[in-house]
Design a protein around this ligand. Structure first.
Ligand SMILES: Cc1ncc(COP(=O)(O)O)c(C=O)c1O
Length: 374
């Protein structure tokens, strides 16, 4: 039996390769490059994306869980992998056994990683996570040196570096970001003065890679720009980015409705005039946000068709009265290009009051993915 999908989600790995090369050119040659592939590569597919980045020359990969790290190892990828959220104490043995590098911010985890490395006769690499202003994971700056002191006796841990994350690097006013970078540099200098080499310290996400050279330190850690969206949708990026993900569906039914007909759950939209309505087999179960109800648009025959009424679990209705000759089976692009027209993840995100990251994660993990350019 041939199984087809009503939602066609395409991942263009050549676009990923193109974005990688563009971002790499913005960094000095000695700066290492960690491709952030957590959350199933922002919904683009962990293994195919990781393979492409490695082939393109990435030095490191960053994942969100030990499970993702193990998937990479099972796929035969041997390069350094950073567990960006650290590990739970019970995961130390598995993480060390698979040569994972661990973001570290808990003493009990330091102990179990040391013990696992000692038991396995290995050195385990850790990156000390510092909260310089993100207000999320990591040691507070004043706790970093005492924490490092506590690691002195751990003969099986190699502290690779300090790592931190920037909270607002994408906005134009860089005051907060500069303070985070200064605090990070000061901590790094203080730790190095005490004899810690910390060869791989890093803080730069896409936005900082793009705009703040002094944030590159020894390694950059971009995610979103690899996938083709600017870190700040309101400012043109310094290089051409090619969207990696595109999503299309097709017109499942077409009908002509008289004035005064209500459309979809809640009867929130009523036709004012005769209306040609295309019913599309895509909805929030496919990661298409319900917030697009009566707000979003799709592309049919290279023209924009507005969503009428509520997005349902599996179905969305769009008006095509202004597009002559639409037929059942016609392609409807919900993300990507059609003729000269284009719908970006940032545009969908603006309608849904979210960010491109969430659009990619939602669409990418809810639908079968088809790849080109592997
Ligand atoms: C710790 C950390 N570093 C780097 C990144 C990559 O950020 P961006 O996708 O904005 O480049 C993320 C993304 O969430 C992150 O959590």
């Amino acid at each position: 039996m041939m199984v087809t999908s009503m939602v066609d989600l395409l991942i263009d790995l050549m676009a990923l390769d193109y974005n990688y090369r563009g971002l790499r050119r913005l960094c000095a040659p000695q700066v290492k490059f960690l491709g952030v592939v957590k959350a199933d590569a922002y919904g683009h597919g962990l293994v195919p994306v990781a393979r492409k980045l490695v082939a393109a020359g990435a030095d490191y990969l960053g994942v969100g869980s030990l499970e993702e790290g193990l998937i990479l190892r099972r796929a035969g990828l041997a390069l350094p992998v950073l567990l960006m959220l650290g590990i739970l104490p019970g995961e130390a043995e598995g993480a060390v056994g698979a040569h994972m590098e661990v973001a570290l911010f808990r003493k009990d985890v330091a102990q179990v990683v040391e013990a696992a490395a000692a038991a396995q006769g290995k050195k385990a690499r850790v990156h000390l996570k510092v909260d310089t202003g993100m207000g999320r994971l990591g040691l507070l700056p004043q706790d970093v040196l005492p924490f490092l002191e506590g690691l002195h006796s751990y003969r099986h841990l190699e502290v690779q570096g300090l790592i931190s994350h920037l909270a607002v690097a994408e906005i134009e006013d860089k005051t907060y970001t500069q303070k985070q970078i200064e605090d990070f540099s000061a901590l790094l200098a203080a730790a190095r003065q005490r004899g810690w080499k910390l060869p791989l310290s890093h803080i730069a996400n896409s936005a900082a890679l793009w705009e703040i050279q002094e944030a590159h330190f020894n390694l950059v850690r971009p995610g979103i720009m690899l996938y083709g969206s600017p870190a700040n949708p309101h400012r043109p990026p310094p290089l051409e980015l090619r969207p990696v993900m595109s999503v299309a569906t097709q017109v499942l039914q077409l009908k002509r409705l008289p004035p005064g007909t209500s459309i979809s759950y809640g009867c929130t939209y009523t036709t004012a005039d005769w209306c040609d309505l295309a019913i599309l087999p895509v909805g929030y179960c496919n990661g298409y946000p319900r917030q697009l109800s009566s707000k979003g648009e799709v592309l049919i025959q290279g023209r924009r068709a507005p969503i009428r009424g509520r997005v349902c679990m599996n179905l969305t209705m769009v008006e095509v009265t202004h597009i002559p000759g639409v037929k059942e089976g016609d392609r409807a692009v919900i993300l990507g290009t059609d003729g000269g027209a284009r719908l970006t993840a940032d545009e969908l995100a603006a309608w849904a009051q979210t960010i491109s990251y969430e659009i990619y994660c939602a669409l990418g993990t809810a639908n079968p993915r088809r790849y080109v350019g592997a």
